[in-house]
Ligand binder design. Sequence first.
Ligand SMILES: [Zn+2]
Length: 151
Amino acid sequence: METSELRSKVAYLEGLSAGLSLNEGSGEGQLIKGIIGVLGAFAGSFEEMDKSYSHLKGYLESVDEDLSLLEDKFYDEEDELSGDTDYIEVECPDCAEKVYIDPEILDDDEVFEIACPNCSRIVFINEDNHISGQERGMIQMSANSPEEEDI
Ligand SMILES: [Zn+2]
C-alpha cells in the first residue's frame, strides 16, 4: 500500500468517527478514538521509514553507478597493459616474474633501477641517457623469445 493511501484511509476513519458523533466519554468512544490515533501514528512512522528507504535506495544506486564507472576504467587500463606490444617485457632471473617496462621511461635522463615486484631483485637499470633503437630491440628480443632459432 502506498504511504499516501494509508494516510488518506486513516483520515477517512477520522472523518467517519467524527460524523458518528460518538460519546467521547463512553468506553467505545475512547476505544475508537484510541485505535484511530494509533493508526495515525503508524502511518506517520511508515511514512518516515519510506522516506529513509527512498533516500537509501537513491544513494545505493549512485554508489553502484560510480562502481561501474570505476570497474570499466580499471578493466580498460588492464586491457591496455596486456594488449599493448609496446611494453618491454623482462623476465626476472630469480623468480621468473614478468616485469613490464614502459618504453617512455627509457627517455628519462635520470639513472634509475627497476626492481622485480615479486622478489625485489633489480631486473633493469637505465644508466644511459640515450638508449638507441638497436639496444631497445635487443632488450625486447632477449626478454621475449629465448628459444628463437635465428642462428
Ligand atoms: Zn623476481
